[in-house]
Design a protein around this ligand. Structure first.
Ligand SMILES: [Zn+2]
Length: 77
């Protein structure tokens, strides 16, 4: 004899109402600011750390991020 896929005790049970997920802006704001600052620093080092806009002496930062620069389409050489 075949068994029902859903036991009779659970078949008539009402489903709980869907509750929308709350994401409080106050909780994620510091992380969003941190991500923005780190992203801007990363974008600077990949895209503009060269020549007159260079913060560090030498070309080691430029050489370290050189492949990323070309990958993202920044002008280089
Ligand atoms: Zn290059």
């Amino acid at each position: 004899m075949a068994q029902p896929a859903v036991p009779p005790s659970q078949a008539a049970r009402p489903r709980p109402a869907a509750v929308p997920l709350r994401v409080p802006v106050r909780d994620i704001l510091p992380w969003a600011v941190l991500a923005l600052v780190l992203g801007a620093a990363l974008l600077y080092f990949v895209g503009a750390e060269q020549g007159a806009t260079s913060l560090f002496a030498g070309t080691w930062v430029h050489e370290f991020t050189h492949d990323g620069r070309h990958l993202l389409g920044f002008p280089c050489h």
